[in-house]
Design a protein around this ligand. Structure first.
Ligand code: NAP
Length: 477
């Protein structure tokens, strides 16, 4: 029996995706470096399914219909290269390699070039949705060889999450487009997660609310304009208790956040491309700061006051509405930064991204799925060349009456010394973006003073330089 498609890598994502594709009527071959994983998979979850287990790469390759379609779901980085190296000699021209891992987009460019040298076709496929998404329907962002994509489109569309707007998968552009969009997705994810954590902190520490009260608020918020997967799971996870101690899990989880690097890549890439994504970079730094637990404990003993007031003086219900508006504003501005990055990258790397389509496939299946993505889709349908959502009237209408709530929350929370790296940087981002004049004139003067870097003037065309020390003496004399 020839399989329609093969999956390499039987950890959480690969095994779930294999089962998902099989459930749509396909025969799927599977292979994993360590045989035990494959054995367990076929004994347990894959029992009775049209799943072909293989225990050597050559058997795996031989079990596939030609042209072969192979999804790699192995650890990103070197393991992916190793697996590609091992597969190349076994494949025929025209076969299709699909990297479904969280590859760094520049690695994808390199791998495409390498695959092409051997006459292979390559798709960089960003997959989001975690284990459950992979099993029931993820959001998938494809880039690379378009003809190859069209040959796997039907399988991917059947396996993808579905919304009222169709399956959450699309071909987004040449080369590394799919993995670039997935990386940016993860950057946005970092920032929204941190924004939610900060709002939780305001409720828990600032307002001294109990966990069930906070849970109720998140559940309530999820029914409205904040409706999203991350708000939904926060509402759910808050209610979970530890079976051993009976305490709420969130109260016993160590406050050290880990990461695998996609937020860092987004930040580094935004710096390279010159796009402001302060909320994303602050979210990465917030995780890094959290990891310095021992130091924080020591510093808190040296600096923390015991008598920090709480926010209880504030009218609770009214303040919670303000908090909701603040989080909504932050969420919109975080997506805006991500979309701006995509717009610039699309020009730089000639992806030709359709950002309405990106918004559409993010509406379901992925970790950052949210009701507001429909508005982003509409924004880009109205103007596909929009450089940043901040230039869309639709977007401005959504934030303009809410920015004051974000400001109020920050001012109040600062009085009680709650750190808000993402909420604060998001407010600074919009406060800066909406200022016709910024103090960059001082920066330019300083640069010209010490480095003769020149400056432009507001009142005339041209490039200027001033002998600042001489002029300062003359001006003072
Ligand atoms: N987990 C998620 O929520 C999620 C979401 C989106 C995307 N992804 C991406 O999807 C991919 C798979 O993720 P995962 O969480 O299922 O697994 P993972 O922990 O990232 O990787 C484990 C898999 O990689 C294989 N592997 C590791 N080193 C290898 C090597 N040198 N040669 C060959 N195979 C090697 C392992 O095989 P052995 O069993 O032999 O060790 C196993 O099959 C990753 O790229 C990940 O970034 C994950």
């Amino acid at each position: 029996m020839d399989a329609h498609i093969g999956v390499v890598g039987m950890a959480v994502m690969g095994s779930s995706l294999a089962l998902n594709i099989e459930s749509r009527g396909y025969t799927v071959s599977v292979y994993n470096r360590t045989a035990k994983r494959t054995e367990n998979f076929v004994k347990e979850r894959a029992q009775g399914k049209k799943i072909i287990p293989t225990y050597s790469l050559s058997d795996f390759v031989d079990s596939l219909k030609k042209p072969r379609k192979i999804i790699l779901m192995v650890k990103a980085g070197e393991p992916t290269d190793k697996m590609i190296d091992a597969l190349i000699p076994l494949l025929d021209k025209g076969d299709i390699l699909i990297d479904g891992g969280n590859a760094y987009y520049k690695d994808t460019e390199r791998r495409i070039e390498r695959a092409h040298k051997y006459g292979l076709r390559y798709i960089g496929l960003g997959i989001s949705g975690g284990e459950s998404g992979a099993l029931h329907g993820p959001s998938m962002m494809a880039g690379g060889d378009e003809d190859a994509y069209r040959e796997v489109e039907e399988i991917l569309e059947k396996a993808a999450a579905k919304t009222d707007d169709g399956p959450c998968v699309a071909y987004l552009g040449r080369g590394s487009a799919g993995h670039f969009v997935k990386m940016t997705h993860n950057g946005i994810e970092y920032a929204i997660m941190e924004a939610i954590a900060e709002v939780y902190d305001i409720m828990r520490v600032g307002l001294s609310m109990e966990i069930p009260q906070i849970q109720k608020i998140f559940k309530e918020w999820n029914k409205g304009r904040l409706n999203s997967y991350l708000i939904e799971i926060t509402g759910n996870l808050l209610g979970v208790k530890d079976r051993d101690t009976g305490h709420y899990m969130v109260d016993i989880i160590l406050d050290k956040a880990k990461s695998k690097g996609t937020g860092k890549w987004t930040t580094q890439t935004a710096l390279d491309l010159g796009v402001p994504v302060p909320s994303i970079s602050e979210a990465v730094f917030a995780r890094i700061l959290s990891s310095y637990k021992e130091e924080r404990v020591k510093i808190s003993r040296m600096l923390d006051k015991e008598d920090i007031p709480t926010l209880q003086a504030v009218d609770g219900t009214e303040f919670l509405d303000i908090l909701e508006a603040a989080l909504y504003t932050a969420m919109l501005l975080i997506y805006a930064q991500g979309f701006h990055l995509l717009h610039v990258a699309s020009g730089e790397y000639e992806y030709g991204l359709n950002l309405a389509e990106v918004s559409r496939i993010w509406k379901g299946g992925c970790i950052i799925r949210a009701k507001v993505l429909n508005d982003f889709k509409e924004m880009y349908l109205e103007n596909k060349d929009l450089s940043t959502p901040l230039l869309s009237e639709r977007f401005i209408d959504m934030i303009k009456d809410n920015i004051s709530s974000l400001r109020e929350v920050i001012l109040r929370a600062k009085e009680v010394e709650i750190p808000l790296p993402v909420l604060s940087s998001t407010l600074d981002y919009i406060d800066g973006a909406k200022r016709e004049r910024l103090p960059a004139n001082i920066i330019q003067a300083q640069r010209d003073y010490f480095g003769a870097h020149t400056f432009e003037r507001r009142d005339r065309e041209g490039v200027f330089h001033v002998e600042w020390e001489k002029e300062a003496e003359d001006s003072n004399s």
